[in-house]
Write a protein that binds this ligand. Sequence first.
Ligand code: HEM
Length: 313
Amino acid sequence: MRIPLPAASATNVRRLALANLTANIVLVITGGVVRLTGSGLGCAQWPTCNDGNIVPHAAAPVHTYIEFLNRTLFFVLALIALTAWLVIRRLEPRRKDMSRLAFLIGLGIPAQAVIGGITVLTGLNPYTVMAHLMATMVIIYWCGVLYNRARNLDRVVPEYASKPMHWLARILLGSTYLTLAAGTVVTGSGPHSGDPEAGRTGFDPAFVSQLHADAVFLLIGISITVLVISYIVRADRLRRAAWAMVGVELAQGVVGYVQYFTNLPEALVAIHLLLAAVLMACVTYVAEEIRYVRLGGARQAERSEMAQPAESL
Ligand code: HEM
């Protein structure tokens, strides 16, 4: 039996890549809702929900339904990821890089479900909760790269045009992960554990919030460096991407401070989570655009291979 699949057209590939990215950002929000409503152990078992049943019974409390709905999203995400992979595999000319990314996203979804299961079985241990969010951030990174390439199918994807820019992209990504990870430590030390019985890290929330804010300042400094470089080398696409990134960072900084000084209202924490996921996507956009910028010595081997001229100083 043949599975009916969308045609491997540029439009379908772009839409599927966007669906992958959007669905994983939505997952961050629904996961946040689970935590912020204290529904983390609404389904106390895994992979079943409660009493050995996969589906909650009609009289189950609302927390159970919230957690159950979050689990159900797995099937939506898996279906999108599988369809995207099957369609991208049939792209002509072949795009091995994109097939690989779509495959990784497809593998990431069940892996994430397993981490979610471990989170439940450990009674919402804060370190597994952190790993759960960070794993989604890695998947969002892959989704962001895939979407960027799907939007620009006719554009050759080169290696980074120069070593300094490759390092800049690495440092930008590293500081983004550092900021996100520090944020998860703040959450693991704060009041929104997902269940009244869940353990906490034991760190002083004010101290880890300060470390988190320090990481944010580092990230903003690096991001502004990228923005300045985009003006110096007149790289229009990089400039647009960098502005989007810096804009989200500044908005996120404001939300972060306001929530800190207002005792972490749930709605603001949810917005903070959404912006964190959107920022991850923006950073991948920037890191992809940095590939095309040459600042400093070009890599010898790539000089002649660049099918598209790098924007250079
Ligand atoms: C680029 C800027 C920022 C990013 C990307 C970011 C990211 C994050 C992330 C990923 C979390 C963890 C959310 C979770 O585990 O559910 C978090 C939590 C938190 N962030 Fe930020 N953050 C930023 C700026 C700030 C700033 C400037 C502050 C001010 C102190 C701040 C305060 C907090 C607090 C208090 C939490 C814990 C919320 C809770 O208990 O649920 N953030 N942040």
